[in-house]
Write a protein that binds this ligand. Structure first.
Ligand SMILES: [Zn+2]
Length: 298
């Protein structure tokens, strides 16, 4: 008899978990920190893709249609694909404005807003702000308040637990951020680096590091031979020590830039991965800062 009750308890307990689907693995990491055992979470992307350009596959729609909450980065990062997934899920609560829709960018102080008219020739620009805020712990925490709000809307009885767990992750990330900022200040005060894409705008602001900007001239468009040559000269003149790129950045262009400029490059999963060391946000932060310091001192 007691086994029956145990099984009953286990099954109701499992069924009660709030199901969250996120677009990227970094959001899934944050949702898990906040939701702990009260939720189950899965990311649609593995982290090896370029999140700007995603083909909608049927499994996305199947996963989303079973979710209580869907979390997106926002600032139009997923504009090319997520709206179609949400529409096809047929779930009213997951549409923008719905109880289970959560968009972190809405709570983030935007950097890199584009003033004036935007047209297609400008490439993949995000008028409302740069969407790559999750690389800054404090900006990521701002956005994560949207996850807390969504969890409280959907699962009000556990509101206090979500608030408490958010305070824990907040303390952890702010102390990490402080430690890493100090480390850069001490060990690489003159650091100058460069990005393939403008992935580090919020990171640079947070850690007070200098980047001369992107190797891309137009976001999402392969840099031309002329652009590679021009940026190589600029990188050398500015004393750039390293070029940081996401996993989706094109190998040929990076190699050509390295030949021309003698500046090495590193590729890293800037939105985390779903498994391995790079599935941990703290690991990725330490990795990026340590690499920048290592190359600054070469
Ligand atoms: Zn981008």
């Amino acid at each position: 008899m007691k086994y029956f009750f145990l099984l009953f308890f286990l099954s109701t307990n499992l069924a009660a978990k709030i199901s969250i689907i996120t677009t990227t693995p970094d959001l899934a990491w944050m949702a898990k920190e906040i939701g702990q055992d009260l939720i189950k979470v899965e990311s649609l992307l593995y982290g090896t893709e370029d999140p700007h350009y995603i083909d909608v596959v049927p499994s996305f729609i199947a996963k989303v249609s079973k979710a209580d909450i869907v979390c997106a980065v926002g600032f139009d990062l997923e504009v090319g694909w997520l709206p179609r997934v949400l529409a096809r899920s047929g779930k009213a609560h997951l549409q923008p404005g719905g109880k289970g829709y959560c968009e972190l960018g809405r709570a983030v102080t935007a950097l890199g807003k584009v003033e004036g008219k935007i047209d297609r020739s400008m490439g993949d620009v995000h008028a409302g702000g740069n969407p790559h805020f999750t690389l800054s712990p404090s900006a990521f925490l701002q956005g994560a308040t949207e996850i807390v709000s969504a969890l409280k809307r959907v699962d009000a009885k556990n509101a206090e637990a979500y608030e408490t767990q958010f305070e824990v992750v907040k303390e952890k990330l702010l102390s990490l951020e402080g430690e890493l900022r100090e480390k850069i200040k001490q060990q690489a005060p003159q650091l100058v680096f460069m990005e393939y894409h403008r992935d580090f705008l919020y990171f640079n602001e947070t850690y007070k590091v200098n980047s001369i900007g992107a190797l891309e001239e137009i976001p999402g468009v392969l840099p031309s031979a002329a652009q590679l040559a021009r940026r190589s000269i600029e990188a050398r003149e500015a004393g750039v020590k390293i070029l940081m790129a996401g996993l989706g950045a094109p190998e040929n262009q990076l190699k050509r830039f390295q030949e021309l400029s003698q500046v090495p490059f590193i590729k890293a999963p800037l939105i985390l991965e779903t498994s391995g060391s790079f599935s941990d946000y703290v690991y990725l932060q330490r990795f990026l800062v340590d690499k920048l310091i290592e190359y600054a001192n070469k």
